[in-house]
Design a protein around this ligand. Structure first.
Ligand code: SAM
Length: 275
């Protein structure tokens, strides 16, 4: 009946569904974006508290079922269903996002939300447990990774609820968790691509000291190439005796970060490095 490829696991426990919606602290004037409404177990509860819901559903069959569920009620004219792939649609204005997310698109979904403007107030999102724990992981935690730092750069992230697999039909293979995401407003003045590029290097071997990560030949070649491109596109001369390795190591030394490990660095450390 349900399409596994689309991650269709319907939330069947009404207490959990209501709990998720209540965590959003909706107000009567809110427009809510829902990703993957399925048969609408969250949608009808959101409609009871918000002004309007825009729901993006990829499966036309489920979209039709949801349409039928609200047909003839006051909810009907406050629900706008967009049929399509969330990753491909152009998002409308929304105040809050609530989603029992299709887990296949967890990571791109988070970044699509965080890149959207104007910024939303908060997002209440269900993910598979390990992904949720990565989102909230802090320096020193086993799951602390590039994703943790990239997301926490732009948002405050809290783990708010554990949800066991038997609350779904059919039950997924893994346990789930709900997180709350609150974008930092204004966002930090950092170029997301450059910052992510830096994190890629720092986290390739997160338990090694940072200077060791920068000594790998592949990394040095890439950085030297980038620096050459940067110089030529900005009409800058490269010094005759330019040596990428000693340049990088002296920068690391100057910010006191040559012998620390990414696994233990906090956001201020990473921002110090990126500047
Ligand atoms: N929200 C419902 C609930 O809580 O019972 C259903 C949740 S189910 C885990 C995920 C839903 O997302 C399914 O309805 C599925 O068809 C839909 N979906 C999967 N991939 C999608 C995508 N890329 N864009 C939009 N919807 C998608």
């Amino acid at each position: 009946l349900f399409n596994k490829d689309l991650g269709q696991h319907i939330l069947k426990n009404p207490l959990v569904a209501q709990g998720i919606v209540d965590k959003a602290n909706l107000i009567g004037s809110d427009t809510v974006l829902e990703v993957g409404p399925g048969t609408g177990n969250l949608t009808v509860r959101i409609l009871a508290q918000a002004k309007k819901v825009v729901a993006v559903e990829m499966d036309p069959r489920l979209a039709a079922e949801l349409q039928k569920r609200v047909h003839g009620t006051d909810d009907q004219r406050r629900l706008h269903i967009m049929i399509g792939d969330f990753m491909k649609v152009q998002l409308p204005y929304f105040d809050v996002c609530i989603s029992n997310t299709p887990y296949q698109i967890s990571s791109p979904l988070v970044f699509k939300l965080l890149e959207h403007r104007p910024l939303f107030r908060c997002a209440i999102l269900m993910f598979q447990r390990e992904f949720a724990l990565r989102l909230v992981a802090k320096p020193g935690d086993e799951l602390y990774c590039r994703l943790s730092v990239n997301v926490q750069l732009y948002a405050k992230v809290d783990h708010i609820m554990k949800v066991g697999k038997n609350n779904f039909r059919p039950p997924p293979q893994v346990e789930s968790s709900v997180v709350r995401l609150e974008p930092k407003n204004p966002p930090p003045p950092v170029d997301p691509k450059e910052f992510d590029g830096l994190l890629r290097i720092l986290f390739t071997r997160k338990h090694k000291i940072l200077s060791a990560n920068f000594k790998q030949t592949g990394v040095l070649q890439m950085l030297e190439q980038n620096y050459r491109t940067y110089c030529s596109s900005n009409d800058l001369m490269m010094e005759d005796n330019f040596d990428i390795k000693s340049t990088i190591l002296s920068i690391l030394d100057s910010v006191g970060m040559a012998d620390v490990r990414a696994a233990k660095c906090d956001m201020d450390d990473f921002l110090k490095k990126s500047s």
